[in-house]
Design a protein around this ligand. Sequence first.
Ligand SMILES: *Cc1c(COP(=O)(O)O)cnc(C)c1O
Length: 410
Amino acid sequence: MISINEHFLKLQAGYLFPEIGRRRRAFAAAHPDARVISMGIGDVTEPLAPAVVAAMKKAADEMGRAETFHGYDDGGVGYKFLREAIQKNDYASRGAEIGLDEIFVSDGAKCDTGNIQEIFGLDNVVAVTDPVYPVYVDTNVMAGRTGGAAEGGRYEGIVYMACTEENGFVAEPPAEKVDLIYLCFPNNPTGAVATKEQLAEWVAYAKKNKAIILFDAAYEAFISDPKIPHSIYEIEGAKAVAIEFRSFSKTAGFTGVRCAFTVIPKGLKAYTKGGEAIEVNPIWNRRHCTKFNGVSYITQAGAAAIYTDQGKEQTQRIIDIYMGNAKVIRETLDKLGYTVYGGVNAPYIWLKVPNGMGSWEFFDLLLNKAHVVGTPGAGFGAAGEGYFRLTAFGTPDNVAEALERFAKIK
Ligand SMILES: *Cc1c(COP(=O)(O)O)cnc(C)c1O
């Protein structure tokens, strides 16, 4: 008899976005003439930069000629031309020395942040922030690193670090000893960023406790404050304790193209039960090359074009559109008397729900009164209750109209 992996049965059935969709459809059915504006999606809305499109067209033509055809990307870790561009522009330029064989190109940071736990023991204690990007938690549940879910959706065995107004939505290292720590800065959903000093505390904690930090920097391109680090490797000693995830999804509108990368420095170690230190880089290399066969040449050519002068300028213009939206959202809501966080170094605005309302209650109010859809904070974790996520992805016109409607419900 075939048995199922029962850890999957512990998962809280992908509740958040299906429930949002259900409520939105019910509203649309009852109000067929209402034009609903979404400020809820974590997906980009602007088209690809022309430099990226041109590079992908050229690469497609190369694939059509015998002399320039490409088959498998040897080893599947990414073409050298892309890894060199990453090394130079993302790391060397910020004073971080990262080797080409420390960079693994992939088809997404979701897969990478989800898959990475596979190479670590099942007895590791996992720590996540609350609220959190659900992928980190769910993949550890699937692997069997947790017990069941308790009231409020928190899983037994995971250490949740609440991110609140009091700590500025940046958790401090926990008092207890944990092994695998997921951090995401700039943060989805709160829009918070961590300073060099705050990250240095985490690096010191990881070093002291022989822990590993999994640092998701998918939104680094949205940082506007020059003092805020873009990479955890800008912190002294981080190469010995941290893995970094990056993605072209939000940076350059690649959500539908699919390209990302993970950095695993040589010298980063995990331990056997007997206490022997094992290099993590070759283990991930083995895993990556066994289960993955590389990102398409056309896609990698497009990704490399982001690093050209033209590509940088064009993608920055796109980011400026989103961050212009973020600024308008922040300033308008502030004027309307809301308490808002984020939106300065991240495309997310974390709004404090007024009058002690629940975050789903506010969702319904906003949908019914303003025909605007956002994301209830409770969907990202127990500590997200009382908050609401608005995204800056969208056209400036839609954002302006949504904000006018906000004004009417106040
Ligand atoms: C969007 C997002 C990613 C990127 O995922 P891809 O699979 O590369 O599209 C990673 N982490 C967080 C927190 C995100 O919001």
